[in-house]
Design a protein around this ligand. Sequence first.
Ligand SMILES: Cc1cc2nc3c(=O)[nH]c(=O)nc-3n(C[C@H](O)[C@H](O)[C@H](O)COP(=O)(O)O)c2cc1C
Length: 217
Amino acid sequence: MDVSAAVNKRSSIRQFRPDSVSDDVLRGLLADASRAPSGGNLQPWRIYVVNGNSMNKLREFLPTQPPLDEPEYDIYPKGLSEPYRTNRFGIGEQMYATLGIEREDKAGRQRQFAHNNDFFGAPAAIFCYVDRQMGLPQWSDLGMFLQTFMLLAVEQGLATCAQEYWSVRHMAISTFLGTPENEMMFCGMSVGYADESALINTLRSERMPLEQWVRFV
Ligand SMILES: Cc1cc2nc3c(=O)[nH]c(=O)nc-3n(C[C@H](O)[C@H](O)[C@H](O)COP(=O)(O)O)c2cc1C
């Protein structure tokens, strides 16, 4: 598979098959993803892997914890302006339309959102942390690492969904993982094999035309 094909094939998968992923495959993906660039080669990503039995344990642990933690960062800016606001609400509308969930069906939307909390059925997850001393440039390095990981996962026939959702359960996750105080969670990511028959996975998110965000000077 070439890079263009992997970029094109990757999408956020929100229903996984239960088939397991081996630790070795994950280790290989993480090692390869660490070829991602980072300013000053700091390699600021700190990754925790939950797979197999530890995923079973996490699934048992989560209901014993408070359902919501105060996130440590703003997932979106307050008072999001256009066109970002439209993009944000657009993907939600597109998702619920794909599933045939009506705008008024608050419970239906809530149910779909709640699948975040079960990793959309994935057998594995990674959590991306960063040392608290790091700033905006290093946070962008995390993104480069994560996208590299996601593309390599596609090449392996795997699928992913990055999940900032976990920032609202960061205390529960950090307790389970036993992360040190100096590390802060950015996001989680569900990893596994896509359920190709699931309606939700037919969602192809939109992108703005180039004219709206590129200017050749
Ligand atoms: C850092 C990050 C966090 C995300 N968090 C979530 C999440 O918590 N739940 C979710 O369903 N999707 C999440 N997404 C997926 C985005 O909604 C998705 O990437 C976007 O709509 C574009 O769709 P695509 O990934 O299918 O191309 C996240 C994506 C990124 C990059």
